[in-house]
Structure formats: structure tokens, C-alpha cells
Design a protein around this ligand. Structure first.
Ligand SMILES: C[S@@+](CC[C@H](N)C(=O)[O-])C[C@H]1O[C@@H](n2cnc3c(N)ncnc32)[C@H](O)[C@@H]1O
Length: 440
């Protein structure tokens, strides 16, 4: 009979199988290990970004009237399943202008706190390869998030299927640098018109220290009807081929269920092929918040399951929880908020799904599953905070034990933060959600 890979022995599994604990919740300690906040001058730079977009893409008075409609049309087309949007839509002036004025700045607001976190410090001489770059959303967010990178000699290669949007992006980044620092951008910028996906292996980009693909795969979901696992493997292989041996890969997608399932699938593909996640996952076991994605293995009944060591999963429900984070939008320019309200698409909540992948491990090394249980557990805070009967404030989270519900003071820590709590002595699962209760 087939022995699923996930049944391999791991000392942690003893903890995973242990019985419910008494419903007594001791007070425990916690530590914040990682937080991502806007840097001090982000608000000012984001204001400059709004002006830089106008500098680079001036809007004739006659077209101003139509802008609101173009933004709404583009929003509908980007979020609807049966879109007849042409693949090169950003080559059309109305769409480009609408994307640059609405989607670009909000995407930058979403990315800045992420890039301000501890893992995006590119060394002097590093290469960033941004795929599906659009109007340079990633380089712009990185430039705002990490002031120390602004003077480093970085090579930034931006790839998109549409040349025009790349030209616009380069002009916006230049204008942002001029407005914010009075100086031209010091990075070496290279733009490449190319189509990623499909034709594997016949492109040559400089091997990158960081390969990024942000809001790109979401564009292919509608056209590519293959199962998510197949798409994930293809994308993982392609992204992997673009990095240098010490390079990292970042994939960011909208915080919606389909993207969450895709991110969990590509995560499993990377781990199985020898690269562990650096963030947001605090472990390299099965993903407990994988939404509709079940895994690359099958159980004895032929049901798909994860090929990675098991974790406690949420109780079954029609819409299984998927991994996504709530973004801090406190630094968003008031003008951008007002513009969004005026066009009828106000933003009071932004979410994202992401995966940062570590460099591939040497073949001699096994995956990063801890071999000895430790007293401390790294926990990534995922959901909004909520009130839970008997337990007070709680927040869903992810740990190597699996789907977790953090209660106590640590539950005040925002979505996206990494905290460390004491490992529970036994497993106490929340009846409604199936989450393992971690008391701080
Ligand atoms: C939704 S936009 C995202 C742009 C930018 N990364 C952002 O987050 O704002 C998707 C971009 O990917 C580009 N794109 C879509 N499919 C592509 C492909 N197969 N190869 C290269 N670029 C692609 C589009 O032209 C567009 O600029």
C-alpha cells in the first residue's frame, strides 16, 4: 500500500498527536521577533509618488473627466473572472493612466511595510529581477521602504510584456527620486520587454539576488485552466531558473482565496525541490492555511494531501482558511484616499498573500523541520483580532504545530508580525475552528 510521504517520522509529530489539554489557560510570555512598519519618511515619499505619477504621465484636462470611468472599468476587468481584457492592456493609454494613478500607489502602500521588514536588505552590487513589473511597482516600493538602498549600486532589471508601461515606470521612479531627494536615481535600470511563463528556459536575464513577481500570476489564472498544482510547479521552476545560487524569490498576490491556494501550492513545490520558505511561514511543514489547495501527495483513498510533514489543520468548512495578511494603510496619502472615494472605489482595507523563498539548500541538507521540540514556538500572526467567548482577544496564526489561535497579550500584535510564545505542553484545540490554542 502507498505510504504517503507525510507519514514519515518526525519527533514533533508526538506533539501533533497528543490529546486535548484541560481548558485552563496559563498566562505565558511572548516576544515580538519581526515586525514590518513604514519607515519614517514613507509618508512624505508616498506624497511625492502621487506627484511623480503626474510628472511622468501628465493628464490632459480633456481626459481628466474620463479618468474615473477608466479606473472603474479597469478595476472591474482586473477583478472579474470572465474578463475579455487583452493581455497587453497596459499598453493602452487610458488603462495605463488608470493603473498608474490608482493601482500602482495602492500596491506600493501594500508593499512598503513588507519591504521594510528584516529580509530585504540588498547588498551593494546586488541584482533585482522584477517580473511583470508594470509601472515599476516593486522598485518604487523598495526605494521608499529602504532609504539605505537608495545610494547603493543596485542593478534593477524590470521585465514586462508591455514596453510602454515599463517606460512609464522608469519615468515615475526617476521623478520620485528627484522630488524626494533632489537627485536622479542611482540604480542601474534595465527594462526588458518579454513574456514569462510557457516558453521555459529560452530567456536570459542576469542571475538575480532577488527575483520578484508581484500581482502577475493572478493575470494568468483566467486563461490557464490547469490545476493549481501544475501551474505552481511550472512557475516555481521558472522563477528558480532566474536566481543566482544565493538568491531569494518573492511572490506577492492579492489577498483573495484563489491566490492563497496558489501561494500554498508554490510553497510546497519549492520545499519539495529543496528551498525552504523564509517568510511568512515560521516552518517548512505542511501549510495549515492552504485554502482550496490540498497538496502534492495522495492518501490511501486517493485524496490529495500535503507531501510535507503534517500539521493541525482547521476544522473542515466550505471555504477553508487561506493565508493572507491585513496591510497597514496608515501612511496612504490623503489625496489618494480622496481620489479613490471620488472614483467610487474607496479603500479601507488592503490584504495580500506572499511567499519569500530562501536560497536552495545544499543537496546534503534535509528540509528545515526542527528535529527536537523547543520550548519556544515561532508564530506568524495572520488574521484580524477578534473577541472569543471565554478566551478574550484572539487572532488566528500559523506555527509549526499548525493552524493556531493566539490569545492573551500577543493577540494584540498585528497581522503579519512574527512572535515567539512558549510551546504549549499539550494540544488544546478551539472547538469551532479547530485551531490549536496558544496562550500568551
Ligand atoms: C497587475 S499588473 C502588476 C504590475 C506590478 N507588478 C504591480 O504589482 O503593480 C501585471 C503586469 O504583469 C504583466 N504581465 C502579465 N503577464 C505577463 C507575462 N506572461 N509576462 C510578462 N509580463 C506579464 C502585465 O503587462 C502587467 O504589467
Amino acid at each position: 500500500m502507498k505510504q504517503p510521504f507525510s507519514e514519515r517520522c518526525d519527533p514533533r509529530d508526538a506533539l501533533l498527536r497528543s490529546n486535548p489539554a484541560p481548558a485552563v489557560h496559563e498566562k505565558r510570555d511572548f516576544r515580538v521577533m519581526e515586525r514590518s512598519d513604514f519607515p519614517p519618511d514613507a509618508k512624505r515619499c508616498l506624497e511625492h509618488l502621487v506627484d511623480a505619477i503626474d510628472d511622468a504621465l501628465p493628464l490632459p484636462k480633456t481626459r481628466r473627466r474620463d479618468l474615473a470611468r477608466s479606473v472603474r472599468d479597469l478595476w472591474t476587468s482586473l477583478t472579474s473572472e470572465r474578463s475579455d481584457r487583452p493581455a497587453d492592456y497596459l499598453g493602452m493609454p487610458e488603462s495605463l493612466s488608470a493603473y498608474a494613478r490608482y493601482f500602482l500607489p495602492w500596491n506600493v502602500v501594500r508593499l512598503v511595510p513588507l519591504f521594510a521588514g528584516p529580509r530585504f536588505d540588498l547588498r551593494e552590487g546586488s541584482t533585482l529581477l522584477d517580473l511583470g513589473s508594470g509601472p515599476f511597482t516593486v522598485p518604487i516600493a523598495l526605494w521608499i521602504a529602504r532609504p539605505e538602498l537608495r545610494t547603493r549600486k543596485l542593478k534593477v532589471v524590470c521585465v514586462d510584456r508591455v514596453a510602454r508601461v515599463l517606460e512609464a515606470g522608469e519615468a515615475i521612479l526617476d521623478a520620485l527620486s528627484l522630488r524626494s531627494t533632489g537627485q536622479a536615481i542611482s540604480w542601474t535600470i534595465e527594462t526588458r520587454r518579454d513574456v514569462i511563463g510557457g516558453r521555459r528556459g529560452n530567456r536570459t536575464f542576469p542571475p538575480a539576488d532577488l527575483v520578484t513577481a508581484v500581482n502577475v500570476f493572478t493575470e494568468t489564472f483566467w486563461q490557464d485552466r490547469r490545476p493549481v498544482r501544475e501551474k505552481a510547479v511550472d512557475f516555481a521552476v521558472e522563477l528558480d531558473s532566474f536566481r543566482n545560487p544565493g538568491g531569494r524569490i518573492l511572490v506577492v498576490e492579492p489577498g483573495e482565496p484563489r491566490s492563497g491556494a496558489f501561494i500554498s501550492a508554490i510553497r510546497e513545490a519549492f520545499i519539495l525541490s529543496g528551498s525552504d520558505p523564509a517568510a511568512p511561514c515560521p516552518h517548512a511543514r505542511a501549510c495549515p492555511v492552504s485554502g482550496a489547495f490540498r497538496g502534492f501527495d495522495t492518501d490511501n483513498a486517493g485524496i490529495p494531501v500535503s507531501a510535507l510533514p503534517p500539521v493541525h489543520r482547521p476544522r473542515h468548512r466550505v471555504k477553508m482558511p487561506w493565508c493572507h495578511f491585513v496591510c497597514d494603510i496608515s501612511a496612504a496619502p490623503k489625496r489618494l484616499e480622496k481620489f479613490s472615494e471620488d472614483v467610487g472605489l474607496p479603500k479601507d482595507r488592503l490584504t495580500l498573500c506572499y511567499l519569500l523563498v530562501d536560497p536552495a539548500r545544499p543537496e546534503s541538507e534535509g528540509p528545515k523541520h526542527p528535529l527536537t521540540p523547543s520550548n519556544h514556538l515561532s508564530v506568524r500572526m495572520v488574521s484580524d483580532a477578534m473577541r472569543i467567548p471565554r478566551l478574550g482577544t484572539g487572532r488566528y496564526a500559523c506555527s509549526e504545530i499548525g493552524y493556531s489561535l493566539v490569545t492573551g497579550p500577543a493577540a494584540e500584535e498585528a497581522s503579519g508580525r512574527l512572535v515567539e510564545v512558549l510551546t504549549p505542553r499539550s494540544i488544546d484545540r478551539d472547538e469551532k475552528s479547530g485551531a490549536v490554542v496558544l496562550t500568551s
